[in-house]
Design a protein around this ligand. Structure first.
Ligand code: SAM
Length: 223
């Protein structure tokens, strides 16, 4: 079996009992960054072998994983935060593992996800929403933001601390978004959790007054 296990997005207590049990009983845990996962495992006293598996893991690593799955081993995949495969490595492993072992049981262990957590406190319509992942760094970035102006539903995207101010400035340039309420959430579930609400200009002003540190997610209200 291949278990796809969601882990906390910051607060180590945000993990399900089932996730702890699956991680405890797996033969091996595949982790995006073994140092990050080790902190979580230590918190729950799980002494388990970890194998790093990330977007740059080559064919050899994949073959090793597939061999273990063929031998009937129970493997658990985790990423650094949240649900594997959502804007992080994971999806590729699932698709390749299924190609190699068509009758493989891939079992989801649901839990935290940044986009859903942010939406839950946004107060914006979320019966339908559009999740756009990360904006591209260079090529296609302008088109990414322009496209948001055309979307009717609430939009969610992730951005790093290095580009969050730039992203908000780029959004502010779009006249069709001028008065749309947005929410920028920083460090959700962590010690310095902060939620900025207002127009794009207002949230930009608030952020400009702080040290821009941590992890960010942006939610833009439906039209
Ligand atoms: N797989 C994860 C999920 O299920 O949401 C997303 C992984 S993605 C690589 C990580 C990005 O999510 C960060 O760069 C940041 O933009 C956002 N993020 C992660 N943790 C966050 C947090 N605690 N608060 C706000 N944004 C966060």
């Amino acid at each position: 079996m291949l278990y796809i296990v969601a882990t906390p997005i910051g607060n180590l207590e945000d993990i399900t009992l089932r996730a702890v049990s699956v991680l405890t009983n797996a033969d091996l845990i595949l982790a995006e960054d073994t140092r990050v996962t080790r902190v979580l495992l230590d918190r729950y006293n799980i002494k388990k072998e970890l194998l790093s598996y990330h977007e740059h893991s080559g064919l050899k690593k994949l073959e090793k994983v597939v061999k273990m799955l063929k031998e009937g081993k129970n493997l658990a995949l985790v990423s650094d935060a949240g649900t594997p495969g959502i804007s992080d490595p994971g999806g590729f492993l699932v698709s390749e593992a299924l190609k190699a072992v068509p009758d493989l049981k891939v079992v989801p262990i649901p839990g935290a996800n940044v986009a859903i957590t942010a939406l839950s406190v946004s107060g914006f319509p979320a019966d339908k929403f559009v999740f756009l992942g990360f904006p591209p760094h260079k090529k296609g970035r302008q088109t990414f933001f322009k496209r948001i102006g055309d979307i009717e539903e609430t939009v969610v995207f992730y951005e790093s601390k290095h580009r969050i101010l730039k992203a908000l400035e780029e959004l502010r340039e779009l006249s069709m978004l001028n008065d749309r309420p947005i929410m920028v959430a920083r460090e959700l579930t962590k010690q310095f959790e902060t939620i900025y609400r207002g127009t794009i200009g207002e949230t930009l002003d608030q952020l400009n007054k702080t040290k821009v540190l941590g992890e960010f997610v942006v939610v833009i209200r439906a039209k």
